[in-house]
Design a protein. Structure first.
Lengths: 592, 673
């Protein structure tokens, strides 16, 4: 634990939290460490007054350890000029950096002092060799060629790019060789082993058929020109790329059955075992269309079960404008629930997972969890289930920013992009008709100096102190680094599931981790980098056992096998390498 | 109202309320104290038809607020006006303003169910569910059996997690006509929320029986079956799922929806179509609006704008004029009409409209600019500059406006002023090629070729825009020609042609420079290129012929001149005919020379134009036929006329020619002298 000398404490929650106490309750403090850490990235959407749809959509970030030095580095996706005949002089907001704008890679030179670790982010884009100058949207960070070094898959308006980590601090463009250069408008991707062959495949989420040719001018009901809504364009099908184990991919979209469902306006994707059958499924957040739940049949096929499972539409039976998605066990019943972020005048939606193995079932519990009203005015994007207050219960972080002036404020010459909205955090507390509900944290907790037009949210333990920090990306604004300075204590446990030690560090993705705590119910966590919006988070997990003694930990791998290990040491990260634990038949209750 | 005012910007209504308080009108201040301010609505980007509609309603409201001593009837009327304004804001999704207006309406007309109900609706849309529930409860107290109120109350209670309250309202709605299906649906939703899928299924199925067209219910039935473990039934029901929602009787909401289909909505539909490039549909919508609203200038203006966008300018101009007839004091309409006239080249008419536009609205910047364009095109450059001065007052420092004003000063003859303006622009904005070009031209016009050349030299740098580069070389060529530095002029013209191969003037001037150096064949070629670019250009034709004559190509010249004179409506035919007569009379080439033909042509031409030149050619033709007596007589008459006219400079050559005739010497190729 450390307080950054130059950071600004944006909120101290102890005096403001609801009076009802809960075990392990502690302060929630976030420090805006953007400046002190040297994070100087500013997203530029290249708007020129034409209101091109993609201008309001990007962009994301990835937290990943590119140099294998044990801490999280940061990759940030950049926009570019759109239209304007390539004349950047026509941009509403001038671009002030080197031309062309490009994505940036920051190395985390974590410094350890008496007060703890201090994050120092150093821009290493030039030496990394990454020249990502497309109109960027999202990024997925995973080891895609099984060499022990985490690669980057960048999603663009236009051809996506695969940057292979060469292991010497540099990356090379392997887009063509890998067969991953989907030229459609892609937003996000989940790297996950859906076919159980222990390499990471890619589920690429595509959005709409926008181009400068198909660009439309849209009006509000009052006749004001505004950014379009997705109905103005046609949805573009998603893409499933199967990994051959060496970083080459083949299109498995049709083979897996993805063409069986009507394409959606995809924006977010989560990989997790959602129906508790031991295999990885994919959940796709679609904008104003029913969401897709691709259940893994285990034979290479994915079956769309969104509608029948209750996870595609809200309790009113309506499709919502889903943007971001988070998966986590908010109610402590051992499965992964879903949280979807939406447009203004829609609620964000919490789907409680009531699945029996092989029978996915979800129920909209937004009202019961008190999550409906706080999101009514917000247009929400990045989101994650994280234990913000280190009490062992998963809270919610949500970042917001409007996409239309109708939902923000009318634009003026002085304020050409008035889409900023406050971000939000919700603390998981006891109460409500179902035992758990979410109380809004006071305003400003996740806003730094002021609200911006937030889009991406990448979560991870950036300073390796056992709690979860946040990187928030802002459209046409600076990225923010918020360090969690709450008291994680000394009994936190860090776990890093890895697929294969012999081939180096290979973080697993989408695996289920159970932390057994004696008589207390196990804490179940999703390890992996998917979900949220356009972003990729820490592949490790950190948990606070909330005063209970940890007896053992268990990992369910993508091929369905389950292994367990004795209780790991506290206040440190422990690697859980596949094949080094004790094989079990599956989930066991403590005390058996 | 006990609810605190919405913390927004000050408003017109708020100002009126303060005024009422200040003048101490007892009853009015009492009313004022009961009202909440209406948030300002930013209408800047809003469709004009909508803006007009809202502004009209707001004016009615403001007028009523500032009217004389209020009575109970006035308060009632004010309540109605607030309510109507609130409805309008609701239609256009201006919810905070709608909420405030409806709150005031409900305050002033406390027995009005409508305002309470709509206030609940506004609050519900704003996500203020407790406030919505309170308003709906007040509405229910006024009309206990209204089905829509019961359903909405059930819904807001359900959404805030007050299940029991929701149940009470839904169960009550089961007995209200027009609400049974929605009540069953609500109860089904409530049962599903409380994990009672059996009860949920029962209610959803009952709702479907009540309202079979509501096929969205199949989804909920499927989910309930799934929760009960009836997988097959669930999938079968899901197959039947549709999009039709469960409806309930809600006449007020229907009215609000309907009120959005007036002219504002009609025009909006057209503009939506226009924005989607569906031009025919847009035209159809606007024509419908025009037919439905014979007094609507907005409808006509919209149609005109659409037609203009479709390139049908003449029709557009007609509809703008129609709109103007209905709304002659509309500055924007005057502007659009004038702008269109400018595009059509009707600059005088445009100036008239645009003058009226700026009379109506002095701060109408685009109208000043457009007016300057009209005036510039009609040659009123100094007035155009004045219009641009007005525009500049509205946009001080605008570089383009300053540039155009200086250009107009130049074209209007105020070159020193123009020079200063362009110099100032250069100082303010740094090096700019267009400005330097203008400066060079002014220097040239002021007779300062050296200064002008220095300006143009600045422009002939690598990387410059080709058209500008070409223009600069052209000007430099002209300066060098004026200075009789033809060797230097020629490469400039050649570079001008490289940059702009369609520059007729560059070819012509190149030809002149070449001719001055005695390179007549090349000069003729340059003139031929100019002529190819513009076959009607008589100057180019004359230049070619002249150059060929000087090159000794008499036979070719005769043929060309004869062909030229056969061309219909050939401009300059008098010049070419006279030249032909001169060639026929004085060519050294025996195959070309023909004295009789020359005499016929010359005398014929002299009948038409008795100028000294024509007389001289007659004399020349007589000499060519060997009739020196007549040649001497005609030449002497020419000299006499020149003496009378005082044209002393032409006399020596004329007398020399006379001496030739007197000596019986025929004259050959006088043009080479």
């Amino acid at each position: 634990m450390r307080t950054g000398a130059t950071g600004v404490v944006v909120w101290v929650a102890s005096a403001l939290l609801p009076t009802h106490a809960r075990a392990g309750e502690s302060e929630v403090i976030f420090v805006d460490a953007t400046k002190s850490a040297g994070l100087d990235f500013r997203h530029w959407n290249g708007m020129s007054g034409q209101l091109y749809y993609p201008e309001v959509v990007g962009a994301g970030a990835a937290l990943f350890d590119y140099d294998n030095d044990g801490d999280l580095d940061l990759y940030l996706v950049q926009g570019n000029l759109l239209g304007a005949d390539g004349d950047r002089g026509q941009a509403t907001v001038p671009w002030t950096g080197d031309w062309p704008p490009r994505d940036r890679l920051y190395r985390n030179d974590l410094e350890h002092g008496e007060d703890g670790a201090s994050v120092r982010l150093v821009d290493v884009t030039d030496e990394s060799g990454i020249k990502a100058t497309g109109y960027g949207m999202g990024v997925a960070a995973s080891d895609l060629d099984n060499d022990g070094w985490i690669d980057l898959y960048v999603l663009n308006l236009g051809a996506n790019q695969l940057w292979r980590n060469e292991g010497d601090g540099t990356f090379s463009d392997r887009t063509e060789a890998s067969g991953t250069g989907d030229a459609r408008w892609s937003i996000a991707a989940a790297a996950a082993d859906y076919d159980g062959d222990l390499d990471l495949d890619l589920f690429v989420v595509n959005y709409l058929n926008f181009s400068l040719v198909t660009h439309k001018t849209c009006l509000t009901e009052r006749g004001e020109i505004d950014y379009c809504l997705p109905g103005a364009y046609q949805p573009v099908p998603d893409l499933l790329l199967r990994n051959d184990g060496y970083g080459r991919f083949e299109d498995a979209t049709a083979d897996a059955g993805l063409t069986s469902a009507r394409p959606g306006n995809g924006l977010g994707v989560l990989a997790a075992d959602l129906d508790r059958n031991g295999r990885l499924d994919f959940y796709v957040a679609n904008d104003l269309m029913p969401n897709h739940l691709w259940i893994n049949a285990g034979d290479g096929a994915l079956v769309e079960e969104g509608l029948i499972s209750g996870a595609a539409l809200n309790a009113d039976g309506e499709a919502e404008a889903s943007m971001g998605v988070a998966g986590g066990d908010y109610d402590g019943d051992g499965d992964f629930d879903l949280f979807l972020t939406h447009f203004h005048r829609e609620t964000n939606t919490l789907y409680r997972n009531d699945s029996e193995p092989g029978a996915p079932t979800f129920r909209d519990r937004t009202n019961a969890a008190a999550l409906a009203r706080p999101s009514w005015d917000a247009t929400s994007f990045g989101t994650a289930f994280v234990d913000l207050d280190n009490d062992g219960w998963l809270d919610l972080a949500v970042v917001n920013g409007a996409v239309t002036f109708a939902a923000g404020r009318p634009r003026t010459k002085d304020d050409p992009f008035p889409l900023d909205q406050p971000n939000q955090a919700f603390l998981n507390v006891a109460g409500g008709s179902e035992g758990r509900r979410f109380d809004p944290a006071p305003a400003g907790l996740l806003d730094g100096a002021a609200p911006l037009v937030s889009r991406g949210l990448a979560t991870g333990d950036i300073d390796n102190d056992g709690d979860t920090d946040l990187v928030i990306t802002n459209n046409n604004g600076p990225a923010r680094l918020l360090l969690n300075q709450g008291a994680a204590g000394d009994d936190w446990i860090g776990l890093a599931p890895r697929l294969d030690a012999a081939r180096g560090h290979r973080p697993a993705s989408g695996v289920t981790v159970r932390i057994h705590r004696g008589a207390a119910s196990p804490l179940v966590r999703l390890a992996g980098a998917s979900g949220s919006y356009t972003s990729s988070g820490d592949p490790r997990i950190t948990v606070n056992p909330a005063g209970a003694e940890v007896s053992r930990v268990e990992v369910q791998w993508p091929d369905g096998t389950v292994e367990e290990w004795p209780a790991p040491p506290p206040a440190a990260y422990t690697g859980l390498v596949r094949g080094t634990g004790r094989r079990t038949e599956g989930q066991k209750e403590d005390g058996e | 109202m006990t609810r605190p005012p919405t913390p927004r910007r000050a408003t017109a209504v708020a100002c009126v309320l303060l005024t009422l308080a200040a003048v101490g009108l007892g009853a009015q201040t009492e009313i004022a104290g009961r009202l909440v301010p209406v948030p300002e609505v930013d209408l800047r980007g809003v469709d004009e038809a909508v803006r007009t509609q809202i502004a009209g309603q707001r004016k009615l409201l403001d007028d009523a607020l500032t009217a004389g001593s209020p009575t109970a009837e006035d308060a009632d009327r004010l309540g109605r006006l607030f309510g109507e304004a609130g409805q309008l804001y609701l239609v256009y999704d201006l919810l905070p303003a709608a909420r405030a207006c409806l709150a005031n309406a409900a305050e002033l007309q406390p027995r009005s169910f409508r305002w309470r109900y709509l206030l609940g609706s506004a609050a519900e849309h704003l996500g203020q569910l407790e406030e919505a529930a309170a308003s709906y409860e007040q509405a229910r107290a006024l009309e206990p059996d209204d089905p829509a109120t019961a359903i909405r109350l059930g819904r807001v209670h359900l959404e805030v997690g007050q299940g029991e309250a929701a149940r009470i309202h839904y169960e009550r709605a089961l007995n209200l006509p027009g609400a049974r299906a929605a009540a069953h649906f609500g109860l089904g939703r409530l049962a599903a929320e409380t994990d009672d899928p059996a009860a949920a299924l029962e209610h959803f199925q009952a709702a479907l029986r009540e309202q079979p067209r509501a096929n969205s219910l199949h989804y909920h039935i499927a989910i309930a079956h799934r929760a009960l473990g009836n997988d097959d039934a669930s999938r079968a029901a899901m197959e039947l799922r549709g999009e039709a929602p469960v409806a309930f009787a809600d006449p007020i909401a229907a009215e609000i929806k309907e009120s959005a289909t007036g002219i504002g909505a009609q025009l909006l539909l057209g503009r939506v179509a226009l924005a989607a490039n569906a031009f025919e549909l847009a035209e159809q919508r606007f024509r419908e609006a025009v037919e439905d609203h014979p007094r609507s200038a907005a409808a006509r203006r919209s149609l005109a704008a659409a037609l203009e966008q479709m390139g049908r300018r003449a029709e557009a101009a007609m509809w703008y004029q129609e709109a103007l007839n209905l709304s002659p004091d509309d500055a924007a309409l005057q502007f659009h009409t004038g702008r269109l006239y400018n595009q059509e080249g009707r600059f005088q008419a445009a100036a008239e409209r645009l003058r009226r536009a700026v009379e109506l609205e002095r701060s109408f910047g685009p109208a000043w600019v457009e007016l300057a364009r009209s005036l510039g095109e009609t040659g009123d450059h100094l007035e155009a500059a004045e219009a641009l001065t007005q525009a500049l007052e509205l946009a001080p420092g605008d570089q383009n406006l300053r540039f155009h004003r200086a250009s107009n000063y130049r074209l209007g003859g105020r070159r020193e002023l123009a020079l200063r303006e362009f110099e100032a622009l250069l100082a303010d904005f740094g090096f700019n090629r267009d400005i330097v070009m203008q400066l060079g031209r002014i220097e040239q016009e002021l007779g300062r070729p050296a200064s002008a050349a220095r300006r143009f030299e600045q422009l002939v740098q690598p990387g410059a825009d080709p058209s500008l580069l070409s223009a600069a070389h052209f000007e430099l060529g002209n300066i060098r020609t004026q200075q009789e530095r033809y060797e230097e002029a020629i490469p400039h013209y050649q570079r001008a042609i490289v940059g702009n191969p369609t520059s007729k003037e560059a070819y012509l001037n190149l030809g002149t420079a070449l001719g001055r150096l005695g390179m007549f064949t090349e000069a003729a070629l340059a003139a031929r290129r100019a002529l190819e670019l513009d076959p009607e250009d008589t100057t180019a034709r004359a230049a070619e012929v002249t150059a060929l004559l000087l090159a000794g190509e008499d036979a070719r010249v005769r043929l060309m001149l004869e062909q030229t004179l056969e061309l219909p409506n050939q401009g300059g035919s008098g010049f070419f005919a006279l030249l032909l007569a001169e060639v026929l009379a004085a060519s050294e080439d025996d195959s070309v020379r023909d004295g009789a033909m020359a005499l016929n042509l010359a005398t014929d031409l002299f009948q038409r134009a008795q100028t000294p030149a024509h007389g001289a050619v007659v004399a020349l033709a007589y000499a060519a036929t060997g009739d020196f007596e007549q040649a001497v007589a005609w030449q002497q008459r020419l000299i006499d006329n020149l003496e009378r006219a005082g044209a002393t400079e032409a006399l020596p050559a004329a007398r020399e020619r006379l001496a030739d005739y007197q000596a019986g010497r025929p004259v050959r190729t006088p043009w080479r002298r």
